[in-house]
Design a protein. Structure first.
Length: 219
């Protein structure tokens, strides 16, 4: 298992960040339920004790999250188990921004909005721009999740418009629902796999030799 990666999960208040992590790791989106090891065909996620390290205040729809840290072992698409630290941050609103220290410590970000809230999608756009400004040449992986697809009648953010924005920002975007755990597996497996991808051994040509390699295409 590698050294582990730090991933910050953030977004507007009440978009379901905590429920996503509880469902992904424990197979139950009811916050505070008993942990369960989870297995799936695309990847495997195991909570690593202490699985709620660094908790300042537990979160739920009625209790505001300050910061929870989930530690998990994730099987990547290479079949290698990697450690992932997921920082479940306090829900943001118009007068509350993401604390600056997260930008310097994070290896990756999961930006979450709710498809029934245009305001939460606009907050994701603001967060993405802040990440771009603050990362200071550091390579940072960003993915976006549009949560609560089960609320079809209340949808305010259309998938086509969200995907068009994602292409412009060069990020991957998935629509998910905590009621369907399988919808959460691919994004986090891909994120972990990309964050822990081995560096190329031939990044620079040897003296006196011409490089035959081509540049890789990142997201």
């Amino acid at each position: 298992m590698g050294k582990g990666c730090k991933v910050v999960v953030c977004g507007f208040a009440s978009v379901g960040k905590t429920a996503i992590l509880e469902q992904l790791l424990y197979g139950n989106h009811a916050v505070g339920s008993l942990p369960q090891a989870s297995h799936n065909k695309l990847g495997e996620f195991w909570p690593i004790p202490p699985d709620r390290a660094g908790v300042t205040e537990s979160g739920s729809e009625s209790t505001e999250t300050q910061e929870d840290v989930y530690v998990a072992s994730v099987e990547t698409d290479r079949g290698v188990k990697e450690q992932l630290r997921l920082y479940d941050t306090r829900g943001l609103h118009d007068s509350l921004d993401l604390p600056r220290h997260y930008y310097s410590v994070a290896d990756g970000f999961v930006l979450v909005y709710s498809v029934d809230s245009l305001e939460s999608f606009k907050k994701v756009d603001i967060l993405k721009k802040e990440i771009d400004k603050s990362r200071d040449k550091k390579e940072v992986m960003v993915i976006v999740l549009g949560n609560k697809t089960d609320l079809r009648e209340r949808r305010q953010v259309e998938l086509e418009a969200a995907q068009q924005w994602a292409r412009g920002e060069k990020v991957k975007l998935w629509e998910v629902s905590v009621t369907e755990r399988n919808s959460l597996i691919e994004p986090f497996t891909m994120l972990t796999s990309r964050l822990t991808q081995p560096q190329s051994k031939s990044a620079f040509p040897l003296p006196g030799r011409k490089s035959k390699g081509t540049a890789s295409n990142d997201i």
